[in-house]
Design a protein around this ligand. Structure first.
Ligand SMILES: [Fe+2]
Length: 387
């Protein structure tokens, strides 16, 4: 996040003695940093050494979901057609992936005491349906429907839902951080007046008392497609205080303030997050273009350096027929894409739209998985023929 936070008790300076109440034993300082020691970071103060582990084991998850001979074509698939069950990691169904990005959905159906850490990837968790609390060493983050939770790589967490009967998550993993675009920030990092959101729109962790508990605590580490199980001798949420710029936070899709133009503006105007290898954009309700002869629907376009993924959240999407909540369309690089028959004409003269969708444009081609094969709408590639 682009601003500094301090929660709980921290010593007056970094890297000096910080004694517990007994006056003799030290709290354990952990620097949690990015880009070596050059990027954003936080300092956490633990009751116990964060390095303590009793047992390390690897386990296999049945996630061999490759579809190696998938054709280059347009895809429309309904993620709700393949509902999952399980906890926050075992319920994940990967649909699209490349070396830098994995896009999954998950229907979390059960509470679990395990702790989870994605060791190699940052996570963007979109709460399509569900409410609850995200717990981590940084404190408690309440979340609700349509919140994004931005999780820095290496964060240990749990997610507790109020009700497990209808949870739906869209999870995007990235090998590089989800950044606030540089041009939304001034030279000090503050969000500018013309950014589509403001610091107040971001919710940050609330301080939670440290848990000083001994026992056996299970931590699952995801290391790309491998999973490790660590047994920890103490509760990992034993932080008495922390400060810095690196921590999980939330942002609700409804808070995004879209920009509109006289004639059609391209997708970068809908930008939410950038990573090194892809961008995330928000399509939200907005007024349409106000030139008297404007065509609000997009023109056909060949974006030769991007695969375009759209996840449909709510409403009647202005350029697509047949999509519903939970649908994903993939329009890969190498072939043009654009509105379906009738959608261009139907958009002329329309004043506003009531759609919510999330777009992920990757700069490297995505591989589709068997989950796509099992949930795809047949003949979507031919759906432009009935002009
Ligand atoms: Fe596009």
């Amino acid at each position: 996040m682009p601003y500094y936070i301090k929660l709980g008790k921290v010593p007056p300076k970094r890297h000096i003695t910080y004694y517990k109440d007994d006056g003799t034993s030290l709290y354990r300082e952990e620097l949690f940093s990015t880009k070596g020691f050059s990027g954003i970071y936080s300092n956490k103060y633990h009751i116990h050494m964060p390095t303590q582990v009793e047992k390390i084991g690897e386990f296999l998850l049945d996630n061999l979901d490759d579809w190696p001979d998938a054709p280059l074509q347009y895809y429309h698939f309904a993620t709700d057609e393949k509902k999952t069950s399980g906890d926050i990691f075992s319920s994940r169904n990967a649909f699209l992936k490349n070396d830098n990005c994995v896009i999954s959905t998950a229907n979390v159906s059960e509470d679990s005491d395990i702790f989870f850490r994605n060791s190699y990837a940052h996570e963007l968790i979109f709460i399509h349906r569900g409410n609850g609390k995200y717990l981590s060493e940084y404190g408690t983050l309440p979340f609700e429907q349509w919140d994004y939770i931005v999780v820095p790589k290496g964060t240990t967490y749990q997610m507790k839902f109020d009700d497990y009967s209808d949870v739906k998550l869209l999870i995007v993993e990235s090998s590089t951080p989800f950044d606030i675009p540089r041009h939304f920030r001034n030279e000090y990092g503050q969000l500018t007046e013309d950014a589509p959101y403001y610091e107040r729109d971001f919710k940050t962790p609330q301080f939670t008392d440290p848990i000083d508990q001994s026992g056996s605590f299970e931590l699952i580490l995801k290391v790309r497609d491998r999973y490790f199980k660590y047994s920890l001798p103490h509760h990992p949420f034993d932080v008495v205080g922390w400060d810095g710029f690196l921590y999980p936070y939330t942002f609700n899709l409804k808070e995004y303030a879209p920009k509109v133009g006289k004639i059609h503006l391209p997708p970068p105007v809908h930008l939410m997050f950038t990573t090194r290898d892809f961008v995330v954009c928000n399509f939200v309700p907005r007024l349409f273009d106000f030139h008297p002869e404007a065509i609000p629907a997009p023109y056909y376009h060949s974006n030769v350096d991007s695969d375009e993924v759209l996840y449909y959240v709510y409403g009647d999407f202005m350029s697509r027929k047949g999509v519903k909540e939970g649908s994903i369309t993939l329009h890969p690089m190498g072939i043009p894409h654009g509105p379906q028959p009738g959608k261009t004409e139907a958009s002329i003269g329309v004043k506003e739209t009531d759609e919510y969708a999330i777009m992920i444009d990757t700069f490297q081609p995505l591989k589709v998985t068997k989950n796509v094969k099992e949930t795809m709408v047949e003949n979507y590639s031919q759906s432009w023929l009935d002009e």
